[in-house]
Design a protein around this ligand. Structure first.
Ligand SMILES: [Zn+2]
Length: 119
């Protein structure tokens, strides 16, 4: 489906920032992150998420280790210093984009207002 593919492209950065946000707060693992993203309305499988986590580790934003609990083992991810720094600088950009998107959206609704009444 063409639309879904396009949406994925739009959301890929948001998903990465979301991962970084949580990995900076606490250790996370793939399945937990899939559920967390689902809660926010992103439908992602672990098959899609794992390469993203791996790629972010390769880039140096995340670091991981294996944690064993009996028979099961799980790869745990945490943000690196670089990841935290990247998140901090992204925050300003996200805030600015958010402001612009939200303000222009509400401008749109007030389109019937006379021009001199604006600002
Ligand atoms: Zn979240």
């Amino acid at each position: 489906m063409q639309e879904a593919t396009d949406d994925k492209i739009l959301y890929s950065g948001l998903i990465r920032l979301h991962i970084l946000h949580h990995a900076a707060k606490e250790p996370i693992y793939g399945l937990w992150m899939v559920e967390e993203l689902q809660r926010h309305g992103y439908k992602l499988s672990t098959g899609t998420l794992y390469p993203i986590l791996h790629g972010m580790e390769t880039k140096g934003y995340l670091q991981s280790h294996i944690e064993r609990d009996g028979k099961t083992s799980r790869r745990i991810y945490q943000s690196t210093t670089l990841g935290k720094r990247a998140l901090k600088s992204a925050l300003g950009k996200v805030r600015e984009l958010f402001r612009e998107l939200v303000e222009e959206h509400s401008d749109h609704k007030k389109i019937t207002r006379p021009k001199h009444a604006r600002k």
